[in-house]
Design a protein around this ligand. Structure first.
Ligand SMILES: NC(=O)c1ccc[n+]([C@@H]2O[C@H](COP(=O)([O-])OP(=O)(O)OC[C@H]3O[C@@H](n4cnc5c(N)ncnc54)[C@H](O)[C@@H]3O)[C@@H](O)[C@H]2O)c1
Length: 319
């Protein structure tokens, strides 16, 4: 069995390499060549800490696999990552374990990459102002990925812990692909009103901005809410979104409080969600149709993407 460490993953994976792997995974998934099973989700010591088990199987490659993630939001105060993930990759021929891959960075690259694919499909072509709420690892990977699909001129960042914004700005200065301005926003609302693309990447259990702040033409990537009781974006934002897409419909209706909470209040029906990134990518449904539409990519994670990226990394090391 090959063990691949966090450092090896970080040294071997770039956004350039990840984006085509993720796009192909969405297309393969549409053909049934890779699919996810049901997720298992377990609150641990109260609602804040959660364990999550995800699985996926390939029919076009000799692998299946699983990812375990734990989310402990208070870890940031201890200097630890709040999301800790590991992928196990198995042979579909013998069932033996082939690879055990540290997957914190892999998860971030997958999450950012998928949001960039959604942004490319849904955001206005000339969208160039990016607003990021939250300043952890997922926030970092959103910027890393989205700068690949739009020509960013201004980046607004907000976090409830201002010191985290200072170090985040230093991190982004080191990886930005053009000399865009980076602005520490005073409020989440400032991020939203100033931006064409908004990413929410927080561990918040309650909405981080008011839907009334969202202007026509905005594209939102809602990344943080991944349990039925987490609501990172409010009901007004969901209601005023003209198009809503996700990675995986079953996963969304199992886990995403952002849509489950308004659904349970009878404010929306399941038709509110138009389909998946794969549906738009393969032309099954339309993406943005005019510059006024508000579009929402509601992300809950999909093991299809984790396993596709893990296979690409594993095969690189196996050579
Ligand atoms: N959609 C997916 O596929 C996916 C994948 C990985 C992680 N996640 C989720 O994304 C979230 C962020 O993950 P991370 O690894 O970046 O975590 P992190 O703990 O490193 O960063 C979260 C940041 O959010 C900030 N924050 C919390 N509440 C806030 C609020 N109300 N307003 C502004 N900032 C606030 C915190 O101060 C922290 O800096 C987590 O909930 C995680 O479970 C989703």
């Amino acid at each position: 069995m090959l063990q691949i460490t966090e450092k090896q993953v970080q040294d071997s994976i770039t956004m350039d390499m990840a984006l085509p792997v993720l796009r192909n995974a969405y297309k393969d998934c549409m053909k049934g060549e890779i699919y996810a099973g049901d997720r298992i989700f377990m609150p641990l010591r109260g609602q804040e800490n959660v364990g999550q088990w995800l699985v996926a199987n390939c029919t076009n490659k000799p692998y299946f696999g699983s990812k375990f993630s734990s989310v402990f939001p208070e870890n940031v105060k201890k200097g630890l990552p709040s999301v800790i993930s590991k992928v196990s990759l198995y042979s579909a021929v013998t069932g033996e374990i082939q690879g055990l891959i540290d997957a914190n960075f892999l998860t971030a690259i997958k999450t950012g990459g998928s949001a960039a694919i959604a942004t490319d499909l849904m955001a206005k072509k000339d969208a160039n102002k990016l607003g990021i709420i939250g300043s952890g690892l997922q926030a970092f990977s959103q910027v890393l990925a989205i700068q690949e699909v739009r020509n960013i001129t201004e980046l607004y960042v907000y976090d409830i812990i201002p010191e985290r914004v200072d170090s985040f700005i230093k991190q982004i200065e080191a990886i930005k692909n053009n000399p865009y301005k980076i602005i520490a926003a005073m409020t989440a609302e400032e991020c939203v009103t100033q931006s064409d693309i908004v990413c929410t990447c927080t561990t918040s259990l309650t909405p981080v901005f008011k839907g009334s702040s969202v202007k026509p033409g905005t594209h939102i990537n809602a990344i943080g809410s991944f349990t039925p009781f987490m609501q990172e974006i409010d009901e007004e934002t969901v209601l005023k979104s003209d198009k809503v897409i996700t990675e995986h419909l079953e996963g969304l209706w199992d886990a995403a409080g952002d849509v489950l909470i308004p659904y349970e209040k009878d404010l929306i029906t399941k038709d509110k969600v138009n389909g998946t990134v794969g549906d738009v990518l393969t032309g099954m449904i339309s993406g943005r149709e005019n510059d006024q539409e508000i579009t929402l990519y509601e992300s809950v994670g999909s093991c299809v993407l984790d396993i596709a990226l893990s296979i690409a990394i594993y095969e690189k090391f196996k050579k």
